[in-house]
Design a protein around this ligand. Structure first.
Ligand SMILES: O=C(O)[C@@H](O)C(=O)CO
Ligand SMILES: [Mg+2]
Length: 263
């Protein structure tokens, strides 16, 4: 069975963020991921990891103004300086958290701009980020996100992401394959895994039930089949549990919903 990482941005909403590390460890997780750590000092987060025997396997670089609807800057012309500052900040956190990968979000295509015209800027920004990250021993990931949840997001399909990774040609630039998004956009998950995992360009996998993004055993995807396939394909990375527990912020809700987790 693959190794699983608890996504602390989504799991354990019944706890304050800082208490979610303890909750994940108590449920048997040995690894965690989250979206944005920047509200807290990296040292405080590292202390949580150490106190609870957890490894950090992923977090996101700063996405721009999230509250205003921004979802990354990598494809946006005119935001290069802010993009670069964000990558440096993420790499500082990665060092303190001993985290081997960061997810760099692409951004929403401005309605008055043509997506294809943004591609060179996106690839140049990714090449720069990958070069900085390589010096720190960190992988840079890009994630296709479904256009129902995130309309206008620059990257929504696995093929697009793999073509970009190939075009940039940096060994530490990889694809974050979120099977929830992939199912909504493309389906055919087993064949997608068979096609893309052997390339060595998949740097991380995430899961959730479809369509509600609840527990993996809620919905249309047969995850036990896919977990066995990951073993067959020799996937040795982590699988991030990035879902909203069905019982939400009810006390014990996340733990009660972990019956799907192979122990
Ligand atoms: O799938 C997601 O939503 C996340 O992995 C992410 O990084 C962007 O929100
Ligand atoms: Mg994801």
């Amino acid at each position: 069975m693959p190794q699983f990482a608890a996504n602390l941005s989504m799991l354990y909403p019944e706890h304050a963020f800082i208490d979610r590390f303890a909750a994940a460890a108590a449920d048997g997780f040995s690894a965690v991921e989250f979206l944005f750590p920047y509200a807290l000092p990296a040292a405080d987060l590292a202390a949580q990891l150490q106190a609870h025997g957890l490894r950090q396997v992923l977090f996101n670089a700063p996405p721009g103004d999230w509250e205003a609807g921004e979802r990354g800057m990598a494809c946006l012309p005119g935001r290069e300086a802010e993009f670069r500052d964000g990558i440096q900040r993420a790499l500082d956190y990665a060092q303190t958290l001993a985290c081997p990968r960061i997810h760099v979000m692409a951004g929403i295509v401005p309605t008055d701009q043509d997506r294809d015209k943004l591609l060179p800027r996106y690839e140049a920004n990714l090449a720069w980020a990958a070069e900085q990250a390589a010096a720190a021993g960190v992988d840079v990931l890009i994630e296709p996100i479904n256009s129902r949840d995130m309309p206008g997001y620059f990257l929504s399909r696995q093929d697009q992401a793999h073509a970009i990774v190939q075009a940039v040609g940096a060994a530490n630039l990889k694809v974050q394959m979120d099977l929830y998004h992939c199912q909504i956009m493309e389906g055919d998950l087993a064949m997608q895994l068979r096609r893309h995992l052997p390339t060595g360009r998949v740097g991380h996998i995430q899961i959730a039930g479809v369509p509600e993004r609840h527990e993996p055993d809620q919905g249309e995807i047969n995850y036990p089949y896919l977990f066995a396939l990951l073993d067959t394909l020799g996937y040795t990375g982590h699988v991030g549990c990035e879902y909203r527990p069905r019982r939400g912020a009810v006390a014990g809700g996340t733990s009660a919903g972990l019956g799907w987790l192979p122990r």
